[in-house]
Design a protein. Structure first.
Length: 308
């Protein structure tokens, strides 16, 4: 009987599916934050089910003598050393669809929040200040939204943005003009997106081609008054440069769910007035967490039981 370790907080649904499929499962979410203990026990398991807290390093993989599959309940697999996994013949699978709507909705919520300064206005009202004239916002209608990466999540964002009557342009070198048009956006190159967008939202994985895509130089090419939303990965944006451009007033606002270092307890963007922050909540809805748990458990079970 194959044995699976769940080392992050995954919905009980996943545990139940493994059991129903005849797979022995240990639910030990505390191990995601204890790499030494994880390295000690990983040798017993054929499968490892994770979210984002567990970092699957070469050391963990070295100790994983029986491991055949790592299942990431979520989309980004940047917490897994994929080169080391593939060297050992360990399959890495994710759940590309389970949280796409939830993450897209968070990006739209963040865009509204930064357009109308909702968190600051809420904090001020709670404090009894009634600063009605301080919080002048902008409409989304007729504004240009630039989407960097129009895959599954970016595609849902484009759909929702068109419903909000925004003009949607997208930079995605992996997709044709026709495919991008089918998603409701106009294909443009990166410089055009930077120059034309009133709002920019990022929806790419963090890979070599996208790391620091909003670099100091590229941020400098944006339109004055742009607002930037990042619910993808922190390493996509130069945080120090963004902080300077916010302070100079070139960038009018930023809404960030992800940070270069997570958990983020200190960051050059924290405390700036026009910055909305959430602690990597992009996939944090009950619906998305059920979806990804179910999908990862089914996929891993199929692989461990049938090799497919
Ligand atoms: C993902 O990659 O699926 C999201 O960033 C969600 C997460 O890591 O929790």
């Amino acid at each position: 009987m194959p044995k699976v370790l769940v080392s992050d907080k995954l919905s009980e649904t996943a545990v139940q599916i493994f059991r129903d499929r005849g797979i022995e499962v240990d639910f030990r979410p505390e191990l995601g934050k204890d790499k030494d203990k994880l390295a000690e026990v990983i040798g017993e398991y054929d499968g490892l089910a994770i979210r984002s807290a567990t970092k699957v390093t070469p050391t963990i993989l070295e100790a994983a003598k029986n491991l055949k599959v790592i299942g990431r309940a979520g989309i980004g697999t940047d917490n897994v050393d994929k080169a080391a996994a593939s060297k050992k013949g360990v399959i890495v699978m994710n759940t590309p669809f389970g949280n796409m709507v939830t993450t897209a909705e968070h990006a739209i919520a963040m865009m509204f929040a930064v357009a109308r300064q909702i968190p600051e206005a809420s904090a001020s009202t709670h404090a009894g200040k009634w600063e009605k004239s301080k919080f002048m916002g902008v409409e989304l209608t007729n504004k240009t939204l630039g989407i960097i990466g129009i895959g599954n999540i970016g595609g849902v964002v484009a759909d929702r943005a068109r419903g909000l009557k925004m003009k949607v342009i997208a930079y995605d070198p992996t997709l044709s003009e026709e495919k991008i048009a089918q998603k409701g956006a106009e294909k443009v190159d990166l410089d055009t997106l930077l120059a034309r967008s009133d709002f920019i939202t990022l929806h790419t994985p963090l890979i070599d081609a996208t790391r620091n895509i909003l670099s100091r130089e590229n941020l400098g090419k944006t339109k004055k008054g742009v607002r930037i939303v990042n619910c993808a990965r922190g390493g996509l944006v130069d945080e120090a440069a963004l902080a300077e451009l916010l302070q100079s007033g070139h960038v009018a606002g930023a809404a960030l769910d992800v940070f270069a270092e997570e958990p983020a307890t200190e960051n050059p963007l924290f405390g700036l007035p026009n910055v909305v922050c959430t602690p990597h909540l992009g996939a944090a809805t009950s619906e998305a967490q059920e979806n990804v748990a179910l999908q990862v458990a089914e996929q891993m079970s199929d692989y461990l039981l049938t090799g497919a």
